[in-house]
Design a protein around this ligand. Structure first.
Ligand code: MN
Length: 488
């Protein structure tokens, strides 16, 4: 493959080739108990501490559906603007693995709880695209095999065994690795707004299986390869980029793609064969005889729908229409629930645009620079709001406010106290400003003469007055007084 093709692909410009991606996201249901047992789902517990007899698949144990998990799946389906199926079936997906004591996973196959839906994804350049949702089904998570604790033995931790997962299957509507990451981010934002999954990828609460194929634009879909269980946005992007280039190189060299499951190795950013289609499992799905079909009525769904929180798309529309924010600022602010909440608290009863500038500008900038999560911010929304108030009522200028902000971020002190202690109050007393202006004019007759020729020199005088007043003079007053004195 040429360097140009490679570089285009990395920028999502596919040229001769089109990358086609579909994703299966496994999102852990936010619930205290597992899908079919009362065992705890707490993260980080001692190995095998959260295992009931059902999770350990002791003979004669029967699964009992957790109604709260069902409600969470319905909420998520509604958030994905999807069809909610009033009747769905739990099936057994049969396979053998040491961390799967039942010998099958209880999942949903032909009749999932949620059908088709759609997700609108905003890109950083301001464009957006839609990803179709094929389905969402409920299933159990498996346990975890641990191979690195002992040189010759493997251990099994069943704490995850039986935890409720929502598998969200997209249509192959994604066309670049960048779009894939943006889609995953959007789904994560939606489940976080809904409170149905914490979206914590580092803890494995959200993982993605990524299907990648390539084709010449207009051709039918190419053969796809699947990469399973990718647990970071960056790895999703790397896996797709690597895989697309690998496939293009094979096809350009006259070869064909084998449909297979490939492993993404995050250490070198490469993928390698795990198993081919010939070895693919026949899971012999059949309805689980221990569980009745899952049925509920539309009235219950309607009740859940009426209690949904405002979701990112609606919030964004409201920020633009009611608060006058730019589409870009609005989408940055709604991209994360805690960001949106912080902004709304700052903007409450204030100039929303000024609040948005401070939140997206100085505030997010400082968080990024320091690698601080918004939850751990040293500045509260109330404090940032108080700073915005000091600007709005002309106590300080925007420039001084940046200084105050830095001190706030370092010390967590109240802005009014910082302004008071450091004597940063804006000088609006025209007498004091006039005195400063007179002083500058008297000391610089040459500059005054120059100004008569070059009106651009005005800026130099403003700078001098600001210097003398340590940046505290009200800029408008400085302009007015200077103009009157120099032109008069
Ligand atoms: Mn699955």
């Amino acid at each position: 493959m040429s360097e140009a093709t490679k570089s285009n692909l990395l920028q999502g410009v596919t040229g001769d080739w089109e990358v086609v991606v579909g994703m299966e996201i496994h999102a852990q249901v936010q619930s205290k108990a597992k899908l079919f047992s009362g065992a705890s789902t707490e993260f980080g517990a001692e190995p095998n501490a959260n295992v009931s007899l059902v999770d350990a698949a002791m003979p004669g144990m029967l699964p009992v559906i957790n109604a709260y998990c069902v409600e969470q799946a319905v909420r998520t389906g509604l958030g994905l603007k999807a069809q909610i199926n009033l009747r769905s079936i739990f099936d057994r997906k049969n396979y053998f693995y040491p961390d799967l004591p039942q010998g099958y996973q209880i999942s949903q196959f032909k009749d999932p709880i949620v059908g088709e839906g759609e997700v609108i994804v905003d890109m950083p350049d301001g464009t957006s695209f839609t990803v179709g949702i094929e389905r969402l089904h409920l299933e159990q998570d498996a346990g975890k095999s641990i191979h690195d604790l002992h040189p010759s033995k493997s251990y099994v931790d069943l704490n995850r065994s039986g935890i409720a997962l929502m598998e969200i299957v997209s249509k192959p509507d994604i066309r670049s690795s960048e779009q894939a990451a943006a889609y995953l981010r959007k789904v994560r934002a939606i489940v976080r707004y809904l409170g149905t999954c914490d979206g914590n990828m580092e803890q494995g609460s959200m993982r993605a299986d990524v299907n990648v194929s390539v084709r010449r634009p207009g051709d039918p879909l190419g053969t796809r390869c699947e990469m399973k269980n990718i647990n970071s946005m960056r790895f999703v992007q790397q896996a797709i980029d690597y895989e697309a280039m690998r496939q293009i190189e094979i096809i350009e060299a006259g070869g064909t793609i084998n449909q297979e499951t490939r492993l993404f190795d995050s250490r070198n950013g490469e993928t390698r064969t795990m198993r081919s289609k010939e070895e693919a499992h026949d899971y012999r799905y059949f309805p689980d005889p221990d569980l009745l079909p899952l049925e509920f009525d539309q009235a219950w769904v309607d009740e859940i729908a009426s209690g949904l929180p405002e979701l990112p798309d609606d919030k964004k529309a409201r920020f633009i229409a009611d608060m006058g924010l730019s589409p870009y600022d609005a989408s940055v602010l709604v991209s994360d629930k805690s960001r949106a909440e912080f902004f709304e608290a700052v903007a409450e009863g204030r100039d929303a645009k000024l609040a948005a500038n401070w939140v997206t500008g100085e505030f997010f900038g400082a968080l990024n620079k320091n690698g601080t999560a918004i939850e751990d911010s040293p500045i509260s929304a109330a404090q940032l709001g108080a700073l915005v108030d000091l600007i709005s009522d002309d106590t300080i200028s925007g420039k001084i406010a940046k200084q105050v902000f830095e001190i706030m971020f370092e010390t967590g002190e109240e802005p009014a106290k910082i302004v008071e202690d450091k004597g940063l109050k804006q000088v609006t007393d025209t007498g004091a400003i006039e005195a400063a202006v007179d002083e500058i004019i008297a000391a610089n007759p040459d500059k005054v003469a120059e100004y008569k020729e070059k009106p651009k020199m005005f800026g130099w005088f403003v700078g001098q007055v600001m210097k003398v007043t340590q940046g505290k003079a009200n800029p408008k007053a400085v302009n007015d007084i200077l103009k009157a004195k120099l032109d008069g």
